[in-house]
Design a protein around this ligand. Structure first.
Ligand SMILES: [Zn+2]
Length: 71
């Protein structure tokens, strides 16, 4: 468990660890599947539908289901 201000830093470290663990093909697939300019896109990790286009929150987009960072 982490608390307070460490939570975001821990989440970022987990994202980087997740990405570093992928092989080249998986990295290419994970980025190719995410079209952040589309009206709606799906999380490449868990398949949850994510808001896009004008509904997309400013800044980094994070999957609400699995926490994968997409932007
Ligand atoms: Zn997800």
């Amino acid at each position: 468990m982490v608390a307070g201000a460490d939570a975001q830093r821990a989440a970022r470290a987990l994202d980087e660890h997740w990405y570093a663990g992928l092989d080249e093909d998986a990295r290419a697939a994970s980025t190719a599947l995410v079209d952040l300019d589309a009206d709606e896109t799906a999380c490449p990790a868990c398949g949850a539908s994510l808001p896009g286009g004008p509904d997309r929150p400013a800044g980094a987009l994070r999957c609400p289901e699995c926490g994968l960072r997409l932007g």
